[in-house]
Design a protein around this ligand. Structure first.
Ligand code: LLP
Length: 425
């Protein structure tokens, strides 16, 4: 991440605070979040997309401080549960700048959205239309969008692909499902269709799939205008902007994306005779990911013929991404300078299964030993938000660093937290 500074003797500082000192003060495992980096990424988005509405996808990582930073940086929020929504609104976020997603919204999700006055609800399936209309009531009003599957292939891993019709999200452009749902929504007086939405995948590093999707979405907008005489004011192109997890890996070029999306939008709208809708985007990973660093302490080191297994005090309960998606990271030794030759090591967690691997086949100094600290950069997105209580290890704390000071945003999960939910006997 950009704000990382190398310190003497193998130290590393983030946000002006030594990571070794954080590990000592707050214990490990711990997640460090660089406030300046998060805010800087928000500003990069606002500058690259000055005419667009930028919604932070809260699923990447959410806390009350994060909510406040997003508000102060002028972003909106994309949430996908009553939980994320309540947290954001109780932390003071204006509900009209929140969009609610979800392929299977519960009655509570819908009721909470209506009670708190959420800006838009994104309709994901035909059956939702009647449910939302009924919840709004005959005299109420709710702005909605429709999630469309434009059928564009993009993105990192099979488990985060949303491009084909053969997955659970959205209404198909190809088989007419989207058109049918749109006609139904337009016939509900209490629902106001403000725009179309698509999210073509995640960890996408190329601009082209976004442009293809955008053309198809504009085509559907033109159809809606022709069939219903309705010009939709918004086009939400979702998130999915890819980042580099290891040095040398490609990331999506945001300036290029912004410029080409804008040109494509203006040109394809002109060709279709449409007024240019306002663009909405929903980045999650690209805002939170590079701003986070995970800190672990080495507990055991096992040498086999092939490689060294370096076991740390966290693992798949705080970062399930390697096990789920084969995600790769670049851990590094922290807090001491080693002159030992590097060896191929596999960094594993402390959980009771062999697949609990944090980083396979990485180069680490051959003299790595119990007590050493490891830092795993680019750990801010989809790690703690997907963390579990496996083996009752407890989820790590989140420590914010900013301008030389560290403070706890989310405290460590304790045995008392586990006990307090266990109320039977
Ligand atoms: N908008 C919608 C409707 C989404 O479903 C998502 C992510 C986003 C925006 C934000 O996407 P991003 O910019 O963060 O890629 N757990 C997986 C990623 C799942 C993404 C789910 N939806 C991972 O760790 O790679």
């Amino acid at each position: 991440p950009a704000s990382t500074t190398l310190l003497p003797h193998g130290g590393l500082a983030v946000g002006g605070v030594s990571l070794t000192e954080i590990a000592e003060r707050f214990d490990t495992p711990a997640y460090v979040l660089d406030e300046g980096e998060v805010r800087g990424r928000c500003r990069t988005y606002r500058e690259a997309f000055p005419d667009a509405e930028v919604l932070y996808a809260a699923k990447a990582f959410l806390s009350r401080a994060m909510v406040r930073w997003m508000q102060e940086e002028g972003l909106g929020l994309d949430v996908c549960s009553a939980g994320e929504l309540e947290l954001a609104v109780t932390a003071g976020f204006p509900p009209e700048r929140i969009v609610l997603h979800g392929n299977a919204k519960s009655p509570r999700d819908i009721a909470t959205a209506l009670r708190l006055g959420v800006g838009r609800i994104v309709i994901d399936s035909p059956s939702e239309i009647a449910r939302i209309a009924a919840a709004v009531g005959p005299h109420g009003h709710q702005s909605v969008m429709v999630r469309v599957v434009p059928g564009v292939s993009a993105g990192g891993h099979d488990k985060i692909r949303t491009d084909t019709d053969d997955q659970k999200f959205g209404l198909s452009l190809a088989d007419g499902g989207a058109r049918h749902a749109i006609a139904k929504i337009l016939s509900q007086p209490q629902l106001e269709l403000t725009g179309l939405h698509c999210h073509i995948g995640s960890q996408i590093t190329e601009v082209k799939p976004y442009l293809t999707a955008l053309r198809r979405m504009v085509g559907l907008m033109a159809h809606i205008r022709d069939a219903h005489g309705t010009a939709l004011p918004e086009l939400d192109m979702g998130g999915g902007h890819g980042i580099a997890y290891r040095p040398g890996e490609p990331a999506l070029d945001l300036t290029l994306l912004a410029r080409q999306l804008r040109t494509e939008l203006i040109e394809s709208c002109a060709a279709a005779g449409l007024t240019v809708p306002r663009l909405v985007i929903e980045p999650g990973r690209a805002i939170a990911g590079p701003a986070g660093v995970a800190l672990y302490r080495v507990l055991t080191v096992k040498h086999t013929g092939e490689r060294v297994f370096v076991a740390v005090d966290g693992g798949m309960s705080d970062n399930p991404r390697p096990a789920l998606y084969g995600a790769r990271y670049a851990p590094r030794l922290l807090g001491r300078h080693s002159t030992a030759e590097c060896r191929t090591a596999t960094v594993v967690g402390r959980h009771c299964e062999a697949g609990d691997i944090l980083a396979a086949d990485v180069d680490l100094p051959g003299d790595i030993h119990p007590g050493d600290l490891l830092a795993v950069p680019v750990a801010g997105a989809y790690q703690l938000s997907m963390a579990s209580g496996y083996n009752m290890v407890g989820r790590p704390p989140v420590i914010a660093v900013h301008e030389g000071a560290a403070r706890v945003l989310v405290r460590r999960e304790t045995l008392d937290d586990f006990r307090s939910r266990d109320i039977g006997r």
